[in-house]
Design a protein around this ligand. Sequence first.
Ligand code: NCD
Length: 274
Amino acid sequence: MEEIVENGGSDLLKGKIMATLFYEPSTRTRFSFEAAMLRLGGSVLTNADMATTSSAVKMESLSDTGKVVSQMADVIVMRHAQGGAVESLASGSDVPVLNAGDGPMDHPTQGLLDLYTIWKTFGKIDGLKIGLVGDLKYSRVLHSNSQLLSNFDLELILVSPTQLALPPDYKKGLKFKETEKLSEVIGELDVICCNRLQKERFDNPSDCEKYRGSFVISSEVLKSAKDELIILNPLPRREELPVEVDNDPRAKYFEQVKNGVAVRMALLKKVLNG
Ligand code: NCD
């Protein structure tokens, strides 16, 4: 897929239509899916503002919206602020529905591109020591990371304040160590997966402010880390990743964005023509 992008595209999915239904803000994920579809020669129907400009305003059920859009598109990609919304829409759809962010629950394609970035860097995923750092309670990206990484033989370290620990459902069947102190483990890690505090998902968003600054991965903090470490973040970033780190060769978050297009191309091809 990376070669196809370098060569300017292909017609592998010519004649296919992807509908992107976004009920929640997005920069990367929607563009990434759309770039992926366009690179494969397919076409795109898009609504970045489903919550305010679609029949959601007229109280159409998600299931009905799924049924209707699936009469016009070959695949649906959706994001919603409420967990479980993707399943509701998919329940009515006659075509595959890809989860581009399901409230505070999961964001599996971001998880896949994170794993791809790890694999591309190290040539393996087994045997690594991987830290999931920050708001493990509300970050759907870190939830998907934990679920996908549980398929490998590796050491997983969960780093968060206890109040923002990974929810029990995501810990089922997961082998991990837990700490509140990044400084205790940073020297051992091969990979840091971090994400901003998910302020909009807190019951009381102002509560999130007391954790701000808890896990800043600054140049100073990185002095204790391995040279081979890689730092992943789905972006957008806030204070957890100061701009000063961007020129550190260990920062991989912009490369991740590029990898995301290739991963989503592979997924669309798999879903649409086997
Ligand atoms: C993430 C998301 O939407 O969950 N962003 C993304 O998809 N690249 C992370 C975030 O919003 O913090």
